[in-house]
Design a protein around this ligand. Structure first.
Ligand code: NAD
Ligand code: MG
Length: 387
């Protein structure tokens, strides 16, 4: 039987690559549902090609166009956030790939877990915001959360066959982004055009800015904590500009296992689909005659304060990571509108962390309220135009 997959965010960078994986294995996988926020034309094209059971467009203004364009096909067409949250519960779905961006991933992921669906998790913000809640739910419903983030997929692959062997350390690699070698002075004036130009990966705008500011790595530290049950002091970040080693695990006998390959998100996506099996792929193979120089550096948290802020949020726990995520979403959007400087982003995040009340053991409702309040506070700070 083919695995029925719902792709939340099918028009994005991860979503489109997930469809390539499905296309390569029509005997194994089928797109049951495709969802998008705005890109209705691409969603129409995808629906006509992959013939899912259902499509959802979150922006309701685009619904008439979507319905009209698919009216000759037996595809159910829905619109709105509520529809997105409901579609994941459809009985035939085996696996939900969460490939939308930001906080919006939280509610559909919770619904999918409650409906007993395996989760292939690309949307790291879900674990950043509410890692404990998601873990508890996944345990309660016996749901696997399969990492799609390349670093976490690498760790997950290193852990295969190591059941019961304690992990001493998880070592996440970071490319360092486009500004790895910039001085603090140079960072003051970098533009969004420069920040959007990642050296090794082609990704959506939000995660590309997060990569340039190292917030992405901070989020991945949090993600690692929840996925692998390690303490923050067991998670190390090492800058590895070539992005050949995707991450590593150190065991208590000092052995380190690493997963290597070309920087290609289709592998971690496919592994999440095929786990525990591996299936043949046409992806480019790593050629060691071309990669002769693998280097490693320590991350610099003076120039990239977001990484330090993320560790601090993890230490404070509770709703603090949720505050950081909300503030980060606001500053990244502002940076993309040229309303805040690159370094100003960390300033606003740090200030927002101080201004929103800390809750040690938040409920779902606390997360919702925290997210809203942190967004308000961050927006106020951005509006003062001092950053
Ligand atoms: P993207 O911007 O390219 O695509 C985002 C997708 O989400 C689009 O299909 C869009 O329609 C949908 N979307 C956006 N806002 C939405 C909302 N409010 N509600 C519902 N759907 C919405 O982003 P991406 O680069 O594909 O990243 C997606 C997620 O995967 C992010 O959480 C990112 O951190 C994570 N991730 C991406 C990569 C990568 O290589 N792109 C790697 C690791 C992790
Ligand atoms: Mg990553």
């Amino acid at each position: 039987m083919k695995k029925q997959i719902a792709i939340l965010g099918s028009t994005g960078s991860i979503g489109t690559q997930a469809l390539q994986v499905i296309e390569e294995h029509p005997d194994l996988y089928e797109a049951y549902a495709l969802t998008a926020h705005n890109k209705v034309d691409l969603l129409i094209q995808q629906a006509r090609k992959f013939m899912p059971e259902a499509v959802v467009i979150v922006n309701e203004e685009k619904y008439p166009r979507l319905r009209e364009a698919l009216s000759d096909l037996p595809i159910k067409v829905y619109a709105g956030e509520e529809a997105l949250c409901q579609i994941v519960e459809s009985a035939p779905i085996h696996l939900v790939l969460t490939a939308m961006v930001g906080y919006a991933g939280l509610r559909p992921t919770i619904n999918a877990i409650r409906a007993g669906k395996a989760i292939a998790l690309a949307n790291k913000e879900t674990l950043v915001v509410a890692g404990e809640l998601i873990n508890n739910l996944a345990n309660q419903y016996h749901i696997p959360i399969l990492p799609v983030d390349s670093e976490h997929s690498a760790v997950f692959q290193c852990l295969a066959g190591e059941m019961g062997n304690p992990v001493e350390k998880v070592i996440l690699t970071a490319s360092g982004g486009p500004f790895r070698a910039y001085t603090l002075e140079q960072l003051r004036t970098v533009t969004k055009e420069q920040a959007l130009h990642h050296p090794n990966w082609s990704m959506g705008a939000k995660i590309t800015i997060d990569s340039a500011s190292m917030m992405n790595k901070g989020f991945e530290v949090m993600e690692a904590k929840w996925l692998f049950g390690v303490r923050p002091d067991q998670i190390e970040v090492v800058v590895h500009p070539q992005s050949v080693i995707h991450s590593m695990v150190q065991f208590q006998d000092s052995a380190i296992k690493a997963q290597l390959g070309m920087p290609d998100m289709r592998l971690p996506i496919q592994y999440a689909f095929s786990y525990p099996d591996r299936v043949k792929s046409s992806f480019e193979r790593l050629d060691f005659s071309k990669c002769t120089n693998l280097t490693f550096e320590q991350p610099d948290t003076k120039r990239f304060r977001n990484l330090a802020l993320a560790y601090e949020a993890l230490r404070q726990a509770g709703n603090m990571p949720c505050i950081v995520n909300a503030a980060n979403e606001m500053v990244v959007a502002a940076f993309l509108r040229d309303e805040i400087s690159f370094l100003g982003m960390s300033e606003v995040i740090e200030q927002t962390m101080r201004k929103v009340g800390h809750i040690r053991i938040p409920t779902y409702e606390d997360y919702v309220a925290t997210d809203a309040e942190a967004r308000r506070k961050a927006l106020e700070l951005i509006g003062r135009n001092r950053y």
